[in-house]
Design a protein around this ligand. Sequence first.
Ligand code: ZN
Length: 427
Amino acid sequence: MINNVLKDKVLEQIDPEAVVDLTARLVRCNSVWDPKAGTSEAEAAALTARWAKDRGFSVSMEAVAPDRPNVIVRWAFGPGPRTLMFEGHTDVVTPGDLTRWRYDPFGAKIEKGRMFGRGTNDTKGNLAAMLVAMAALKASNIPLTGSMVGGILCDEEGMMTGVQHFIAQGHADRVTAAVICEPQDGLVCIAQKGAVRARFAVKGRMSHGAMPLSGINPAAAVARIIDGLAGLEAEAVRAFGQDPLLGWPSFTPTVVQAPSQGPPQLNVMPGEAEILVDVRTIPGQRHDAIREALGDLAQQTVRDVNDRYRETDRQLGIQRPWELDVAVEFLSDRPCTRTEENEPVIAAAVWASRQVSGRKPDFAGVPGATDGTFLWALKDIPIVTMGAGDRQVPHQADEWVDLDQLVDTARIYALTALHYLYAGDTR
Ligand SMILES: [Zn+2]
């Protein structure tokens, strides 16, 4: 067993001030990806690289795209089969409407034990906690085996090109487990929902609102598709039920737009419409079957709506020579993930959480995808997602993190690595 002496040797290396200070410095780097405004992950990435270099880590920086670097921080304790990865992203989402903020989104203001600002919660606080944890374990001089890798990645909030680049460069090849540092409020998350995102493009024919028979209105198809999505959702709920960690599957139309482009006008019947669909999946659902069902919905819609228009034409004694069309295009596909509870990294995370909080942590699921999705799906790496921060707060105005919880998170990360890489008699 890992005794209290070892545990304390690690914990005494965690300096709460260092966690708070590094978080604040990261929050003050505006790392919203916004080429027009000239902001990117570059400054936050450089800061982490300097910080890790100063503590003796081997550090490399790789450009995923211009101004969008990944930082890779490594430390090898000694020969051993295990490599534990910590992953945290440097990008943040836009603060949005600044009038809705009471605090400067990039000010890192501390009030009553909370730090406020974009990224305090998602996920610069946890990124700082993971770096402090890695440095603490390194400085503890405990004989461990294997290695630690910190993946400080760009573009998690966008297309997740940072983690895909990290994998393509071979950095994940020897990783045997990963801790995904995201705000999960102290929960140990072992599952993540999957996602299929699609665009339905409806093509009719534009006309004057007073002369609808000189066009084909895409609205009927829009209604049919939305109704069909509700039917697919009900079917999935019936067939797959509620996952104990992830909840229900869903087929959500999130954007419904007609015309697809340009300004709408009351007396213009639009020629085109667009529906974006965000499908979220749980274990058991097959993504290829979902794609097929969405394709079938498009075809069925074309048949139904054109039949109805022909019937109208017949009743009115006219003939419109145009047909409506629906195309479906898939924008992204991310599988759901599930790490077995008996994986060593889960045992390590549970043990570490218990040492710090004094109680067994709850298992939970992540409603969205993270960079961990790719590590799990493409490299078969067992992942656990955990970190400080209320789970509802990401992407909101006045985003905040509780600083006591954040410092505890650094302790949990460090002890997770200690347990996972300890060569004693624990395995
Ligand atoms: Zn995040």
